[in-house]
Design a protein around this ligand. Structure first.
Ligand code: ADP
Length: 369
């Protein structure tokens, strides 16, 4: 539900005590936040001292201009279109924005823009309240850079290690040294796990930098689900992967990335249900949406953690501990599904099991792509 905006005309006029209180609130707000008021076209009518201080422009240089003065060209046009669409609809917009100060330096602000509506519900002013989050953003950037460099450096030696292990395995097999070949095959599996952890770390940095590329094509979801299950069944000895249902339409998107989401769901389902013997993967079409769900009968997740598990590096208290993982798979999955205009969800109860699902729009048979 969009947040309600401020409609003066629904409020009775303030009396003297109210005005005093409002003055105190304004005083307190000015101490803690960067405040600006614009008219309905976005022209700045008021800025407080904190705005002047952080933007390094004088009040005179800001009044009468739009926020374009401090635009850092970091965010794409669609970003600001979304801001405008939201506030012109009379809703509150919240988000993080990078701005450029007069001296060319950049600063990040956590921003809330609230429209003030006139008697007919049309925005007549916008109040923007911001807080400086530059330090936090810089630290996040340093962490992402570090993860990116380390993961990249790890990948090259691991790939060559994998090559040697596979070469030796083949050699031992030829010489009929089964036991040694088996150890090498196990080693190979462990290296594959390491490479996939590193791929997850790299995907996170790519995603932050907007460099997670998507190769869009028309593809058959039924086939993708079948292929993914087949390849995961090869290394899965404890669970039967049961496939159910199918859809009639094709999908348009990045087949490999959608496969990555499904692989992640199934790997989690088997990992977090060590006592169970099956995982059910179901495909269904609901009007113009394809739904894929993966159900396990494992430890489940407490309801208060359902939203958090899609955050990066988050591992559930109950299910995450004692199992290998970085808490990145679901975060990346959510990003991939979001970029495909789809939805991702979890339905789970502790001790009973979980169903993870995503839905994606299908293309109609006649649709021109
Ligand atoms: P990872 O499994 O590497 O920790 P994910 O991002 O894939 O990372 O999952 C995040 C967390 O969600 C996991 O640490 C785990 O606590 C929980 N989780 C994910 N899938 C399941 C599942 N099928 N059953 C129980 N818990 C799960």
């Amino acid at each position: 539900m969009p947040q309600q905006s401020l409609n003066w005309f629904n409020h009775s006029l303030p009396n003297n005590d109210d005005l005093k209180e409002l003055k105190y609130i304004k005083y307190a707000l000015d101490q803690s936040a960067i405040v600006a008021i614009t008219d309905k076209s976005g022209m700045i009518e008021y800025v407080n001292d904190k705005f002047v201080e952080i933007s390094k422009y004088s009040r005179e240089e800001l009044i009468g201009k739009t926020h374009r003065v401090i635009n850092s060209k970091f965010h794409p046009k669609e970003f600001f279109k979304d801001v405008w669409d939201t506030i012109l609809d009379g809703n509150v917009w919240r988000g993080e924005i990078r701005n450029r100060a007069k001296d060319g330096s950049y600063y990040w602000v956590d921003t809330t823009i609230t429209p003030v509506l006139d008697e007919s519900g049309i925005p007549k002013k916008f109040i923007a309240i911001r807080s400086d989050i530059t330090k936090r953003k810089e630290l996040e950037q340093q962490k992402d850079d570090f993860i990116g460099i380390v993961s990249h450096e790890f990948k090259t030696p691991l790939t060559s290690l994998k090559g040697y292990v596979q070469f030796l395995e083949k050699r031992f097999l030829k010489q009929k040294e089964q036991v040694s070949a088996e150890y090498l095959s196990k080693m190979d599996n462990q290296i594959t796990k390491l490479v996939s952890l590193i791929e997850d770390l790299l995907d996170v940095t790519r995603n932050e930098l907007g460099e997670l590329h998507y190769n869009l094509e028309v593809f058959d979801l039924n086939e993708l689900v079948r292929d993914t299950i087949e390849s995961l069944s090869l290394s899965e000895s404890n669970h039967t992967l049961v496939r159910q249902g199918k859809i009639d339409n094709q999908l348009f998107g990045d087949r490999d990335r959608i496969g990555q989401v499904l692989t992640n769901f199934i790997s989690n389902a088997t990992k977090y249900s060590p006592e169970a013997d099956r995982v059910i993967i179901e495909v269904a079409q609901k009007e113009k949406q394809a739904h894929v769900t993966v159900t396990d009968f494992g430890m489940g997740i407490a309801s208060e953690e359902h939203e958090k598990i899609f955050q990066r590096f988050y591992r559930a208290k109950g299910s995450g501990i004692g199992y290998p993982g970085l808490g990145l798979g679901l975060y990346i999955s959510a990003e991939i599904i979001r970029r495909h205009n789809g939805e991702i969800w979890v339905d789970s109860s502790e001790g009973k099991g979980s169903t993870f699902g995503f839905s994606l729009p299908v293309i109609s048979q006649t649709e021109d792509i």
